[in-house]
Design a protein around this ligand. Structure first.
Ligand SMILES: Nc1ncnc2c1ncn2[C@@H]1O[C@H](COP(=O)(O)OP(=O)(O)OP(=O)(O)O)[C@@H](O)[C@H]1O
Length: 337
């Protein structure tokens, strides 16, 4: 478990992190997202104790790591392993030597180093590449070695700092799957810093949005995606562009919980209204541990808008955007401009 409270970081008079409160529970995966310049890298460097916070605490297993100095701080760094963007492996060392590096640095006896490196490379599926140099590995393989190195000292928290950026979608999926397995097998708490929303959707239990050094919004992913008035929710479930509505139709953008709403709701609402719904854009995704849908539908403008709304709501759909009451509704059959 990691509990970050009131964390601030300033460089001179520039406040980069401004009172961050964030908790990720045991064996949970928390994600921090945010635009460029929000403070994500600074948060990563502060959490893994490469930089000292200006104020606030970082508590891991009941100990405030931010308050430590000297030998205590060096020992505490073992509690937080980091996986960096592009793995950040040393070019002149083999995969095995890269994983051994933190162990040797902490004075682990050589026979134990060999055993541990073997077990770690095996766990991340890289034993067959132990003697390869980083330049002989693919991006995904380098990242697996980076994860093994991050886990070398048996940390309670694994910090993933943009670990999947630059990887293709398939490799990203294999890395996020590995992280989830490691969380389940080792019970390690994972804090993911990323700008990739599909990584958050597929991996995280908890998500926080950082902007201008502050956490603007946070919560469990499966709750955040149900919020209809949330920027984070819309970013997590971006609707593809809608095709134009048929002439004479009004459009609604809706959100729904796939676990509780009938999968046949389009047909059911159409039946309730005696008029067929047209689907203009749709996204149904697993997010957190739930399925969520966002969809834009069009309904014949001759059907009373209040009746449409009641029919949608009674089937569990949540209107996010309603048709503009003032907008003219073209006659059915009239060409779309
Ligand atoms: N050492 C420093 N001295 C002064 N300002 C800094 C320092 N490091 C970062 N900053 C400033 O802090 C802000 C946040 O930077 P940071 O790199 O943490 O953002 P980020 O969210 O990681 O951005 P990106 O996604 O583009 O990497 C920026 O305005 C940056 O200029």
């Amino acid at each position: 478990m990691i509990e970050i409270s009131g964390l601030t970081k300033s460089y001179g008079s520039t406040v980069v992190l401004d009172g961050i409160d964030l908790t990720v529970g045991d064996a949970q995966i928390g994600a921090v997202v945010g635009p460029s310049g929000a403070g994500k890298s600074t948060l990563a460097r502060t959490v893994n104790l490469l930089e000292r916070p200006t104020s606030g605490s970082i508590v891991v297993n009941g100990q405030d790591l931010a308050s430590l100095r000297g030998a205590d701080l060096r020992a505490a760094r073992r509690e937080i392993g980091t996986v960096f963007q592009s793995a950040n492996l040393l070019r002149r060392l083999t995969a095995a030597e890269n994983v051994a590096l933190p162990l040797r640095h902490h004075g682990v006896p050589e026979h134990q180093v060999k055993r541990r490196v073997h077990a770690l490379l095996d766990r991340v599926g890289m034993l067959h590449r132990a003697r390869h140099y980083p330049s002989q590995l693919s991006g995904g393989q380098r990242q697996r070695v980076g994860i093994a190195r991050g886990l070398a000292l048996g940390p309670s928290v694994l910090l993933s700092d943009e670990a999947t950026s630059g990887l293709d979608p398939e490799t990203t999926l294999s890395i996020t799957t590995l992280l989830r397995e490691l969380r389940d097998d080792l019970g390690v708490t994972i804090l993911v810093i990323t700008h990739e929303m599909d990584v958050v959707r597929g991996l995280a239990d908890h998500v926080a949005r950082l902007d201008h050094g502050r956490i603007i919004e946070q919560g469990p992913v499966d709750q955040v995606v149900r919020r209809s008035d949330s920027e984070l929710s819309r970013a997590l479930l971006p609707l593809p562009p809608a095709v134009p509505a048929p002439a004479g139709h009004r459009t609604w953008t809706l959100r729904y919980d796939a676990a509780t709403v009938s999968p046949f709701w389009v047909a059911e609402v159409s039946r309730d209204l005696g008029s067929d719904l047209a689907v203009l854009s749709a996204l149904v995704e697993e997010a957190g541990r739930t399925g969520v849908g966002r969809v834009t539908v069009a309904v014949d403008g001759r059907v009373d808008a209040g009746s449409v709304e009641r029919a949608l709501v009674s089937r569990g759909l949540v209107p996010e955007q309603r048709p503009d009451a003032e907008a003219p509704v073209r006659a059915v059959g009239e060409a779309v401009a």
